[in-house]
Design a protein around this ligand. Structure first.
Ligand SMILES: [Zn+2]
Length: 398
């Protein structure tokens, strides 16, 4: 009785061993390797039915008188992966037809194969570097709680992708009384503990390449979270844009534009308090600050070119803020020293608030007292302090 292999011997075509076939499928990522085709070979485009639509094509034919056949190599390389291409049926037919064979030389087909397999290798390798730890941060604002749509988040991340099936989450939605004097230290402790659980215990520090933060919370808590994240590299910050209701940054070309102005007192008065006002999503009323700290306080301001809820639309504006704010902190260090506290008043979207906590340097900058805005009439009230040198961690009682 004739076996399958006997049959193959008669026709000269060796069946490709399963192991080699699997290798080839993996190297080609299930796509046609003919230059420019790239067709998916496991699903029919039209009917979406799943099937093996591939042909394993020989560069040097398996028979010496076949297309690109060779006296000795045909037999030698008939199941060698270096001599096999995964193609669609059309391109398998074209490269093997006697009409076209002169056009598709051994060298050219080897080039096609290498080009395709190298590209797959690079693309799938790059993906590893595109992994990010996704952190959702939620706390009620003026008593309102929020949800974050996970599928929208994962869409926004692209080409990055989440390191975990579900994002990491610090969710304070169920904790009441957020904006009482007693509330802030408790919230800070809770955030600190959850952050530690996720990023010190949960995630191996060495594996902590990149983090993406999606946050909806009151400004003091955002600044506090920023101080915990600190100045590790590779942090992407996102906000929900009011104009689109989406988290995706606008792709604006804004080369050479100046987004922020920095101003300060004509002369720094060492005997008076020092404050920073951040006016990005709105105007911080300077009268409010002077009422709290005295008319002679040293008042520095970073001000968006046109403050408003839609100002921070692009990553470029976020980056420009980061640079301007770091420059301001450096200037203030020069005149205010490393220990004299700074009071921070901020009207800003989440990424700016987080950044204003991140940029504070634990060993160089003084403690920063962060205020909460509670309305036009009442103005600002003290909430919490970051970068307290003695305690090491925030959440002071003021
Ligand atoms: Zn093809």
């Amino acid at each position: 009785m004739a076996t399958v292999s006997d049959e193959k011997k008669k026709t000269g075509r060796a069946s490709t061993p399963k192991k080699v076939e699997n290798q080839l499928w993996a190297r080609a990522a299930g796509r046609c390797e003919f230059r420019g085709c790239n067709k998916i070979l496991y699903t029919d485009d039209l009917t979406k039915l799943k099937d093996n639509l591939s042909v394993i094509s020989h560069i040097i034919a398996y028979e010496k008188d076949g297309p690109r056949g060779h006296e000795t190599l045909s037999d030698l390389l008939k199941t060698d992966i270096s001599n096999l291409m995964l193609t669609c049926k059309d391109h398998g037919k074209i490269i093997d037809s006697y009409e076209h064979v002169a056009k598709y030389s051994v060298d050219l087909l080897r080039e096609y194969k290498k080009e395709h397999e190298d590209r797959i290798k690079i693309l799938t390798g790059v993906l590893e570097d595109f992994k990010t730890h996704v952190l959702l941060f939620l706390a009620p604002i003026d008593g309102r709680t929020f949800n974050i749509d996970q599928s929208q988040i994962f869409h926004t991340l692209q080409p990055r992708y989440s390191s975990t099936e579900y994002p990491y989450s610090i969710d304070l939605s169920d904790i009441c009384n957020v904006e009482t004097k007693e509330g802030w230290p408790f919230l800070c402790q809770t955030i600190n503990q959850k952050f530690k659980d996720i990023f010190r215990n949960g995630v191996n520090r060495k594996d902590f390449h990149h983090i993406s933060v999606f946050a909806l919370a009151p400004i003091p808590l955002l600044v506090y979270l920023g101080s915990l994240i600190g100045d590790i590299n590779n942090v992407d910050l996102y906000q929900k844009h009011r104009s689109t209701d989406k988290w995706t940054w606008k792709d604006e070309s804004e080369d050479g534009e100046i987004f922020y102005q920095i101003s300060g007192p004509e002369e720094h008065n060492a005997a008076a308090s020092t404050a920073i006002a951040i006016s990005v999503s709105g105007d911080v009323a300077k009268d409010n600050i002077r009422r709290l700290l005295g008319g002679d306080c040293n008042l520095y301001e970073i001000r968006a070119a046109n403050p408003g809820l839609d100002f921070l639309s692009s990553k470029a504006k976020q980056k420009a803020f980061s640079l301007a704010y770091r420059e301001l902190l450096r200037d203030i260090r020069g005149v205010n020293g490393h220990f004299n506290e700074i009071h921070l008043f901020s009207a800003s979207p989440a990424p700016v608030a987080i950044e204003s906590g991140r940029a504070v340097m634990p060993k160089c900058d003084p403690p920063i007292k962060v205020y909460d805005f509670i309305g036009k009439d009442s103005g600002f009230v003290y909430a919490l302090t970051i970068n307290e040198h003695l305690k090491g961690q925030g959440g002071s009682d003021g």
